[in-house]
Design a protein around this ligand. Structure first.
Ligand code: BEZ
Length: 174
């Protein structure tokens, strides 16, 4: 929790809705990636894109050797973490990892991950079954399908490929 306490600013890596919607003040943003992490729709959402009766699915990061997850990094002040900790309260924890910026430089930054021992974790399913669940879910932040499509569009607009996200999007569009 106090890893960046001696810094005036730190980099936060966004890999879900943060790629296209950063609703917090930031000083700088840069396309970036993290290695040995895979983006997966394995986290349940009963407070944003679903309800307790009908949870949706949102992304988390799973450690997977050699996988690259593309996203957007934001330079923020540590004060912003309080707001983000609250927003991501449904099972996400802060984790420190190496962020590689497009352009070649890299440094230690922060990711939020929801791992398998949080209460809302739903885990692995074939993409078609994930899409079926997502197609039926919506919550206070909107429809779960829109979340997938906006994320896929944001990745395409950065010229990035994510087979897991694009396959779920394909099933949803079908
Ligand atoms: C993101 O959009 O990058 C994000 C996903 C889960 C928790 C916090 C941020």
């Amino acid at each position: 929790m106090d890893h960046f306490n001696d810094q005036d600013t730190l980099w936060l890596f966004g890999y879900g809705s943060l790629i296209y919607k950063a609703d917090f003040p930031y000083l700088e943003k840069r396309p970036a990636s993290i290695k040995n992490w895979a983006r997966r729709f394995w986290q349940g959402s009963h407070d944003h894109r679903g309800t307790p009766e009908n949870p949706g699915r949102v992304v988390t990061l799973i450690q997977e050797s050699e996988m690259i997850c593309h996203g957007m990094a934001y330079r923020i002040t540590p004060d912003e973490l309080r707001h983000l900790d609250y927003r991501e309260k449904n099972g996400y924890l802060r984790c420190v990892t190496e962020i590689a910026f497009e352009g070649g430089d890299s440094l230690e930054g922060l990711i939020y991950i929801a791992d398998h021992d949080n209460a809302a974790f739903l885990g692995e399913l074939p993409e078609e079954a994930i899409a079926r669940q997502i197609s039926r879910a919506s919550g206070p932040s909107g429809s779960n399908t829109d979340y997938v499509i906006e994320l896929a569009n944001a990745l395409r607009s950065m010229n990035k490929i994510d087979d897991h996200v694009f396959l779920i999007e394909k099933y949803l569009l079908e």
